[in-house]
Design a protein around this ligand. Structure first.
Ligand code: SF4
Length: 68
């Protein structure tokens, strides 16, 4: 079975930091505060709900969680 994945559209992300606050295991803002990094583009099953929570809260809908 394929894994769940999470992607961020960096063209629309405004680096609000919301997702990194909600799910620091998955998202991180770089030290300059200028770029969001996805730490876990392939999601372990226990982090799927957290990723979906971040997806729902992103102010610009830049996060896309895909589950198999
Ligand atoms: S919540 Fe959305 S806009 Fe904010 S840093 Fe995460 S992906 Fe970017």
């Amino acid at each position: 079975m394929a894994d769940a994945t999470v992607e961020v559209n960096h063209d629309v992300c405004i680096v609000s930091g919301m997702c990194a606050s909600l799910a620091p295991e998955i998202f991180d803002i770089d030290d300059d505060g200028l770029k969001l990094e996805v730490l876990k583009p392939t999601l372990p099953p226990e982090l799927v709900d957290k990723a979906r929570g971040a997806e729902a809260c992103c102010p610009v809908e830049a996060i896309k969680v895909t589950t198999p």
